[in-house]
Design a protein around this ligand. Structure first.
Ligand code: GDG
Length: 488
């Protein structure tokens, strides 16, 4: 067998994701590139530092194809390159984007994958737009790709793309990563037959297909078997002329960055401000406004806790940050107003002149304030009703250099598979949430420390660098093992 070192690839890495890693902001005649700080950007940046990587040439700039939030006019004469990335914008007309992104992606795939089938909208125009938008991304891939390049396609907005690339460029290596839950077959089968076949076959254009957990892998393999009548054994799908590897790669975070943040002066100042201005026990949560995040259920759990534990009245502050998202959509506006009302009711029913049980902010928080809150809080209350992974809980754990704090985590977040030392709750069960808050408040420091250290070790070992390395090692290994796998 060829040795690993002989197979070092000199091609570039091309990321294809719905969004570009930065956007251009014009201020009069001056324009600047603002790098987005999302999880995927930091994950990909970790590859820039990874000199051991053998799947592609890490010395060459990463090429990134994505939808441009700027119009072609705004980008006229603008350099689309920073020190890490060369961006290749895809322009999608508003009307098409409406049916593609808002429609097919966010009104159909997102609710289905998060087990909200009643919110899913099925329109032929959505699927047609999904295919048309893929053509636009594919045109850009054709302009950029060269022999030897490795293409890494991201997420549910681009499920048809791996197969389109495979057919035109059979020699290039292709990876695909799915960031949200892949649902059980009983949900996936709700999709029209041609759509679900197109999705499975689209994804199977990749050499390596990644999900966050073993459950999602299993559900996808079942969908592949039933929808496309494909045989699969363990994690391999044999397509006759090639093999696809389907595996779990739980996305992670830059552990050291959050760990080190504990001692940064602005984080320490935010922590001490929070401790001074809030009550003796602090609960914290932060998420985007979304029905998958379980915000209303969380509030009901806290309400039940207050009803049953009057001895804790006046002694607890729940800081709940909700980051505005998709709030032009009616469903999201309705959800926002339900949250506003529920918070108002809890504060009205329990609050006093000297105590506000919930401090609620509908805005995003600067990074140092967020980490200040992570490190000040006694409890992180993370209760999504479904979440592909959930990075907030990993960030909370990584930032607890002091070993204190209790994580209350939903069993329906992908992260629960890795963070068994958290207090794991059913996010739909308000009594379970109320009991966990009480347990957390009464937990001796020694036990907090033991649980926190075990979780910290795990995230330290499998951080975002390990995640990307793991994915690209599988890409390299798959090629090397190709002959053996053909016999699977
Ligand atoms: C999708 C999947 C999967 C949030 N509020 C603020 C803020 N954030 C940052 C957090 C964290 C990120 O945003 C949120 O990440 P999540 O993983 O929790 O959630 P999604 O955005 O839904 O992401 C999810 C993820 O993809 C990766 O595969 O884990 O399941 O749904 O990094 O820190 N950052 C700042 N202020 C805020 O107010 N500075």
């Amino acid at each position: 067998m060829e040795s690993l070192s002989q197979s070092v690839n000199t091609g570039r890495l091309i990321i294809v994701a719905y969004r570009l890693p930065f956007k251009v902001v014009r201020d009069g005649d001056v324009s600047r590139l603002f790098q987005n700080s999302g999880g995927l950007v930091s994950a990909v940046l970790s590859l820039v530092k990874d000199q051991q990587n053998q799947a592609f040439d890490a010395h060459q700039k990463i090429q990134w194809i994505g939808f441009s939030e700027n119009s072609p006019d705004e980008l006229e004469g603008q350099s689309m390159e920073n020190e890490n990335f060369r961006a290749h914008p895809v322009f999608i007309p508003d009307e098409l984007n409406e049916n593609y992104y808002e429609g097919f992606c966010n009104n159909l795939i997102w609710p289905l994958c998060h087990y909200f089938p009643s919110l899913a909208r099925f329109h032929d125009a959505y699927f047609q737009a999904y295919q048309e938008a893929h053509e636009l991304f594919f045109e850009k891939v054709k302009e950029v790709i060269r022999p030897g390049d490795v293409v890494w396609v991201q997420d549910y907005q681009l499920m048809l793309l791996p197969q389109m690339i495979r057919q035109a460029f059979p020699e290039n290596k292709i990876g695909f990563f799915f960031h949200i839950p892949f649902p059980s077959f009983e949900i996936f089968r709700l999709l029209p037959v041609t759509w679900r076949k197109a999705i499975v076959n689209g994804i199977l254009g990749a050499d390596v297909v990644g999900f966050h957990t073993n459950d999602y892998v299993e559900y996808f393999l079942k969908a592949a078997r039933l929808v496309s009548e494909l045989g699969n054994k363990l994690h391999y799908i044999n397509l006759g002329n090639r093999i696809v590897k389907v595996d779990s790669f739980p996305i992670s975070i830059d552990f050291e960055k959050f760990n080190d943040a504990y001692d940064e002066p602005d984080v320490a100042a935010a922590r001490s401000d929070a401790r001074q201005s809030l009550k003796e026990k602090i609960i914290f949560s932060v998420d985007r406004l979304d029905y998958s995040k379980g915000i209303i259920h969380r509030l009901h759990g806290y309400q039940r806790f207050l009803e049953q534990n009057s001895d804790w009245h006046e002694k607890v502050s729940f800081v709940m940050v909700v980051v505005p998202s998709r709030d032009t959509i009616e469903q999201y506006q309705q959800m926002k107003s339900d949250i506003d009302q529920t918070v108002g009711k809890i504060n009205a029913d329990f609050g006093t002149m000297s105590w506000q049980p919930i401090i609620y902010q509908y805005r995003s928080m600067p990074y140092h304030e967020m980490v200040g809150m992570y490190t000040a809080s006694d409890v992180a209350l993370i209760t999504p009703v479904r979440d592909g992974m959930n990075l907030v809980c990993k960030e909370y754990v990584a930032s607890r250099k002091d070993g204190r704090g209790v994580l209350i985590l939903s069993e329906m977040a992908g992260a629960a598979a890795e963070l068994g030392e958290a207090l794991i709750i059913n996010p739909l069960d308000r009594q379970d949430i109320a009991d966990a808050i009480k347990t957390a408040f009464e937990m001796p420091e020694e036990e907090q420390y033991k649980r926190m250290e075990a979780m910290r070790e795990r995230i330290r070992d499998y951080d975002v660098f390990a995640w990307t390395t793991d994915f690209f090692t599988q890409m390299t290994m798959l090629e090397l093992e190709h002959d053996r796998l053909r016999q699977v």
